[in-house]
Each structure stands twice: as structure tokens, then as C-alpha cells.
Design a binder for this molecule. Structure first.
Ligand code: 8YV
Length: 310
């Protein structure tokens, strides 16, 4: 309610009436008619949608941190300014990364499915044995806010050794605060980690960063964890790697073409699949809504945006 009230106080608000993503046409109409448009990750605002729209002076206030569903350059060229909602979903998303690590390593989904199916044979010394998370090596691809929060959880909560690969050097104080060590190459991280956790934005630059070749670099006992964007992983190559035992399993909260999920993943026991719920707690979604409202207030007052997307 607090987020709804905050929005109501800002002007005439037209709300969506259902959960489905907006069509290209609906997006165009929304962008053309409103001063402020608030898309979600499901709303693809690409050059085709933007076309020749004039968005001068308008605000696209994204409900979420990641903006790879928006062609930011094209939207800015059309005259819009863009904001997002970082920070407020950091802890929530890091929690889900840990959830995926634990669930896939300790075979939680598989075990629960067996039990619910009435197929639990009873306790046995080697029944449903998994991989020990405590004391293992956690490799973080990218070291933004969410990765740092995962590092804290892994190091402090589970005594994990934390390795980081990042495109640019990370300040030594920041690494020390997270008990993390930066490695020189992505391949080095892939070769050493028991869990490879992806924490980089989507978009062209990171498209299929984790492809068949990179999966081959991982240990056959290692798990891939993705709470970032589905496009970072070549999903077909991942399925093939799982089929061939190239890696031990995967925990995924995001997919290449949401809400479609590769059929080869759905069949497998050694993957944990979540429906993009990294930030899905009431506390976090309210905080995201309030952050959208804050950005709108700044824009209305002619002040610099709270969270500008450049
Ligand atoms: C959001 C996310 O739920 O913020 C992000 O980047 O991926 C999710 O946590 C989503 O973006 C909502 O639009």
C-alpha cells in the first residue's frame, strides 16, 4: 500500500490490469501518451518499439535494477531519461543465489520430488548425497552490489573461499571487506570454483558469455548459478553440458526467453529452476516501488534523478 500511495500522490496513475507483458503496440501507446512510463523486465523496449517516437522530457522509470530489456541508447536518443531501482533488491537477490547454491548442491528439489512421489526408500548411508557447500570455493563473475552481498554470505555464513572475476580491477579494500580475491581471467575462475555465480548485466556485451567452451572450463563437479540475466548463458549449450556430464548441475532464476524454459532443463534432476523471483519479497518489492516514486519526484522537481541510467 505504501508504494501505491506514493505513486498516487504523484499524478494521474494508469495501472496495468493483468500480469502479462505489454505488446509492442501497447508499449508504444504507453510511451507516447504518458509523461512517465514504468516498465518491468518483461517489457521489451527496443528500437522497433521506439521507432520514431518523440520522448522529449519524458521519464522511463524502470521497476527493477537491470535495464537490458530497454534499448537505453535509442530511448535516450528519442529524448527520454531513464531511472532504475538499484540497492533495494541487493540482499533479496543475494539470498536467492544462496538458496540456489544450497538447493542444487544438496539436491533439495530432487529430494522433495522423490518424497512427495512416495518414492523415498527410507534413510540409507548413501541416499541423496550432495556436495558440501561449507568450505567450498565460490566464484563470482562480476563484483557489483549483489555479488558483494553473495560474497559476504558465502564467506561469513558458509566459510567459503571467494574468488572474483571482474572486467576492471576491484579496490583491495572492497575485496578485503568481502574476504574475496580477484583472479586474472574468467577461465581461471571457472577452473577453480565449485560454484560459479553470475552477477553481470544482460545485453549484447555479455550475451552468451557462458557458452560451450566456457562450460568446458568448469570442473565436472561444479555448479552454475544464475541470478543475473538468462542471456548471459547459452541455454542450449548448458543443456548439452549437463547431458554430457561436463558440469554437475545448475541453479537458475533467469532464462534466455522468459517465461519459456528450455525443455532439456525441465527434464533434469540436477537443476533447480525458479521463476525469476530474485527480488520477490513484499519488503523488497515495496522498496522498489518507493524507489520508482522517488525517481519520479526528482524528475518532477527538475532535479537530477536519484538513479539515472546512462
Ligand atoms: C525484478 C530483476 O523483479 O531488478 C532486476 O533487475 O531482475 C528483478 O529482480 C525485475 O527487474 C522487475 O522488473
Amino acid at each position: 500500500d505504501t508504494a501505491e500511495q506514493a505513486l498516487d500522490g504523484l499524478g494521474d496513475v494508469e495501472r496495468r490490469t493483468d500480469d502479462r507483458p505489454l505488446s509492442a503496440r501497447e508499449l508504444r501507446v504507453g510511451l507516447a501518451s504518458a509523461d512517465v512510463f514504468c516498465p518491468t523486465v518483461s517489457d521489451t523496449i527496443d528500437a522497433l518499439v521506439l521507432g520514431d517516437l518523440d520522448l522529449s522530457g519524458k521519464l522511463i522509470a524502470n521497476f527493477g535494477a537491470g535495464t537490458s530489456h530497454i534499448d537505453v541508447a535509442a530511448a535516450r536518443a528519442a529524448g527520454a531519461v531513464i531511472s532504475n531501482t538499484p540497492d533495494v533488491l541487493t540482499d533479496c537477490t543475494a539470498d536467492v543465489a544462496m538458496l540456489l547454491i544450497l538447493a542444487v548442491a544438496r539436491r533439495a528439489g530432487e529430494g522433495e520430488r522423490q518424497l512427495r512421489a512416495g518414492a523415498w526408500p527410507g534413510w540409507h548411508p548413501i541416499h541423496m548425497m550432495g556436495k558440501q557447500v561449507s568450505g567450498s570455493v565460490l566464484g563470482l563473475v562480476g563484483f557489483g552490489r549483489i555479488a558483494q552481498a553473495i560474497a559476504q554470505r558465502g564467506a561469513k555464513g558458509f566459510g567459503m573461499e571467494i574468488l572474483v572475476w571482474n572486467r576492471s580491477p576491484v579496490a583491495s579494500e572492497l575485496l578485503a571487506a568481502c574476504a574475496a580475491r580477484q583472479v586474472g581471467t574468467l577461465d581461471e575462475l571457472l577452473a577453480r570454483a565449485d560454484f560459479v555465480s553470475l552477477n553481470i548485466p544482460g545485453g549484447q556485451q555479455t550475451h552468451h558469455l557462458i557458452d560451450a567452451g566456457r562450460l568446458q572450463k568448469m570442473k565436472p563437479t561444479a555448479f552454475l548459478i544464475n541470478t543475473a540475466r538468462g542471456t548471459v548463458v547459452d541455454e542450449a549449450a548448458l543443456v548439452q553440458a549437463l547431458d554430457q556430464g561436463v558440469i554437475a548441475g545448475a541453479g537458475l532464476d533467469v532464462f534466455e526467453e522468459e517465461p519459456r524454459v528450455h525443455a532439456g532443463l525441465l527434464q533434469r534432476e540436477n537443476v533447480v529452476l525458479l521463476p525469476h523471483l530474485g527480488s520477490a519479497t513484499m519488503e523488497t518489492r515495496v522498496a522498489m516501488g518507493l524507489r520508482v516514486a522517488e525517481n519520479i519526484r526528482h524528475w518532477q522537481a527538475g532535479e537530477p534523478l536519484r538513479d539515472p541510467v546512462a
